[in-house]
Design a protein around this ligand. Structure first.
Ligand code: CTP
Length: 401
């Protein structure tokens, strides 16, 4: 469940900070990208280099060390995070968080975070039992903050009692279980279309395009892994069924239209990856056309624009994601498509680039959403691209919830 998650690990200043190093390592091994923010006091116990080496990410400790002039670091990291885990959360950190105090990088970032926040407290048993600390924890719980209870036992200060930081394995297991429950795609009905369509001229000739369906199949597979109920409407492609996905095969744009429209009313999210033909021959010959001398004209007519029709019929709870295969001006066309077809997101890709688009194993896309600047994603595999797209869909679902 933590694979590809963006995890912000906040480390505050207690002796248990040494266990946070093991936690950073385990989260990284679980496939998450882990960024660490340390308080000044945490650095008395462990060095930033420890976390940098374990996570292979820069460690943050100073609100004003703005290394990238294009970003405001504490806002950027807060926006980036899928979840925040503070381990250890000291009495001081809990007090600041409960009272909205923002006087260092960690407490300031915490105020800017809108994702789920988890706290793993660690302190002396008497401090833990202090009404002030207990009250701060209750306040934070009331605001949706989730707690990973400390363990009972021998404490570094010499006392025996409740206050030991939960073991890193326990924290990872807790986060995995919670994230599973809180995956916003779980149980959502997703319709993905993929591949090309065939528009027949006669029984042996078709108009089609070089789409392989890989992008759509990757989205269907990833959505199923996130426990969505996925139906994949696939044009003619040479790909195996993704696990846990219901597949419906179609050939023409009209067949795709009929299948999509049939399922649309009971669907929450549609991802239209398919490269649907915009035109089809006006007349389909029932017998194979014999070749003649000279040129041949084939009258063509428009197919139905499935995505535009979905946009027209869209209900308030539905999300529509379109693709824009372009050879130039990608961002502009994507923004135009977003508005014209009443979409929530458009994924634009440059089909002329060698490492993106049709037949490629990788993709380099631009994501356009309402009211947001276009986002240029780096070159990545189609599976990684699918994960990035779905991560943004999850944010849209959470926003609308
Ligand atoms: N699409 C569709 N039905 C069609 C044609 C396209 O649903 N008959 C969908 C595709 O699945 C894709 C999006 O529309 O999600 C973009 O397709 P594209 O052909 O690139 O865009 P158009 O809006 O048709 O614009 P243009 O042809 O001018 O590029």
């Amino acid at each position: 469940m933590l694979q590809n998650k963006h995890i912000l690990l906040g480390v505050s200043g207690g002796i248990a900070a040494f266990k946070a190093a093991a936690l950073a390592s385990k989260l990284t091994q679980a496939g998450a990208t882990v960024k660490v923010i340390m308080t000044e006091h945490a650095k008395e116990f462990v060095t930033p280099l420890t976390f940098q080496a374990l996570t292979r990410e820069r460690v943050y400790d100073d609100t004003f060390a703005e290394k990238d002039p294009e970003k405001v670091a504490h806002i950027d990291i807060a926006d980036w995070a899928d979840l925040v885990i503070i381990a250890p959360a000291t009495a001081n950190l809990l007090g600041k968080a409960a009272n909205g105090i923002a006087d260092d990088m960690l407490s300031t970032t915490l105020l800017a975070a809108t994702c789920p926040v988890y706290m793993a407290p660690a302190m002396n048993v008497n401090m833990y039992n202090q009404p002030a600390v207990q009250q701060n924890m209750e306040t934070l719980k009331g605001r949706g903050c989730r707690f990973i209870e400390p363990g009972d036992g021998y404490l570094a200060c010499g006392w025996v009692g409740k206050g030991r930081l939960a073991e890193p394995e326990e924290i990872v297991a807790f986060l995995e279980a919670e994230e599973k429950v809180h995956t916003s795609l779980a149980g959502k009905k997703i319709l993905v279309t993929a591949g090309p369509t065939y528009e027949y001229v006669d029984p042996v000739r078709v108009f089609t395009n070089p789409s392989t369906g890989k992008m759509g199949f990757a989205i269907a597979a990833e959505a199923a892994a996130l426990e969505a109920e996925v139906t994949l409407i696939a044009g003619p492609v040479q790909l195996d069924d993704p696990p846990g996905v219901k597949r419906i095969n179609v050939t023409t744009a009209e067949e795709m239209y009929n299948e999509v429209m049939n399922l649309y009313p009971s669907t929450d999210i549609v991802v239209k990856t398919a490269a649907v033909a915009d035109y089809k021959p006006k007349n389909i010959l029932s017998q194979k056309a014999k070749k003649q001398d000279g040129d041949m004209d084939i009258p063509m007519e428009r197919t139905i624009d499935i995505l535009a029709e979905l946009g027209r019929q869209k209900a308030a709870h539905q999300l529509l994601i379109g693709f824009a295969a372009e050879s130039n001006n990608i961002a502009n066309y994507a923004v135009d498509k977003l508005e014209r077809k009443n979409l929530d997101m458009v994924v634009g890709n440059n089909i002329t680039a060698e490492d993106a688009g049709f037949r490629s194993e990788t993709n380099r896309v631009i994501i356009v959403q309402k009211g947001q600047e276009p986002e240029d994603l780096p070159l990545m595999t189609k599976t990684e691209t699918a994960k990035e797209i779905l991560r943004r869909v999850e944010i849209l679902i959470k926003r609308d919830a």
